[in-house]
Design a protein around this ligand. Sequence first.
Ligand code: NAP
Length: 512
Amino acid sequence: MTSSPFRGTAPTRVDHLVVGAGFSGLCAAIKLQEDGETDFLVVEKGDEVGGTWRDNTYPGAACDVPSQLYSFSFAPNPDWSMSFSQQPEIQAYLRRVAAESGTLDRFAFRTRLEDARWDDAAQEWVCRLSGDATGEVRSRTLVLGAGGLSEPKLPEIEGLADFEGELFHSARWDHSVDLAGKRVAVIGTGASAIQIVPEVQKVAGHLDVYQRTAPWVIPRNDRRYSAVERAALRRVPGLQKAYRTAIYWARETYVPAFTWQPKIAWPAKKLALANLRLGIKDPDLRARATPSYQIGCKRILISNTYYPALDADNADLVTDRIARVTDRAVVTADGTERPVDVIVVATGFYTTELPITEHVTGRTGRTVAETWREHGMAAYKGTTVPGFPNLFFIVGPNTGLGHSSMVFVIESQVQYLREAVRAMRAGRYGAVEPTERATRRWNAALQRRMKRTVWSTGGCSSWYLDAHGRNTITWPRTTASMRASLSRFDQAAYDVAPDQTGSTPTREDVSA
Ligand code: NAP
């Protein structure tokens, strides 16, 4: 637990209020500071930095993007022990980067943004906080780095709330529950579940895995870095950067298979089917674990241990729909009742209706959630939204990836924030807001591209699609093109208002 410097009353005004202290909020704080934008406050509802890597402590939690790429470009870590990092190591990395950044004195932990309201006369966000830091803070910009996968979603299953055994979500793992010898049910077979299942199977008396849709699972080519490799990464100038760059471009070559011609993903499909054959001996089980949609339509998962765990004597894969949960059992549609002591709910997160958007009210008096209710999430370049001046999303609409590192996306969006803040300083603007026209054109082009992606044509339903069936989560192009489009602040797409308050110092004043 990290102590908050802001226990009690928060400062009454800051230049930038950042929400969230995961990769996004931390990156924003570090880069703003680097630009001399030192007057900021980061509010975080949790006890410390880390975001998703602080919250997801379930057994087996690890990243499926290579360690060298899943880290800040400005804070390389030659000491990653594995080629794909485990959660404790990523969390330790984020703690270290935060501590060394010299920004933590402006982080308020255990603090929630209750609501934020745009004050047009003052050209400021009026933010109400609760928790360790309480009160009203006015800020020139509001940066939302609250995460796209931070609010656990429980399934709507009859009787779940009345279950009398232990029940918890994958992202809220209850470590006080000893699973040894217990009858455990895992609901879901997504990225979280397939990491949890092998760990639970090792200790549980019996494990039932409730599958609605079979995932595609390719082998996890994970390995431990040798001491020699780590020494080389530390000592040989440029080596780590070259290694990271090679991983990055290798991953960029996967993009056409997702966004243009799904058929060219056949090597991945072959690999996944071989993984299935190798991992499951029982032909009936293998058939039930075989996906029936195009690979890539849902996130491609990586594991060497998931299939053998399903094939173990103490595990069952249940493919009948869950009808209800009783006080001590899960009942499927065929009437079978399976007694259970513990239910692990690995059913994902609120993704297309981000809870934070309910709390942010813009220039016209509507919240972001209300603005998006009719047609779904849409932002300009995934970052800014008409009607919400000086608001910046990190990991906003259509910035998600199926093939590469979200840290790259986060750094790209933070770069755009920096450019916008620089433009505001240079032009003495009090408010910048993307035009409706630019936003409409951006999203029309994006959705046109989306039509031919595997996420639209692959024959699956996924958390990328909203209630209107529109993909508002993933980015349908290369990450290199995303970075290029976010590399400068394109003022022509914005309505800018001069600073009416005279309170925006120029860049020279800031760095003086
Ligand atoms: P998820 O991918 O949304 O998976 C949720 C699972 O629960 C799916 O199998 C889904 O089935 C099932 N489900 C949902 N509602 C259900 C219901 N009412 N009854 C039965 N089953 C239900 O969630 P997640 O596994 O937590 O992963 C979310 C995202 O987090 C990932 O896609 C990834 O981006 C990220 N993540 C990454 C890692 C990593 O890097 N290794 C690890 C964990 C998570 P359907 O498929 O039928 O919808």
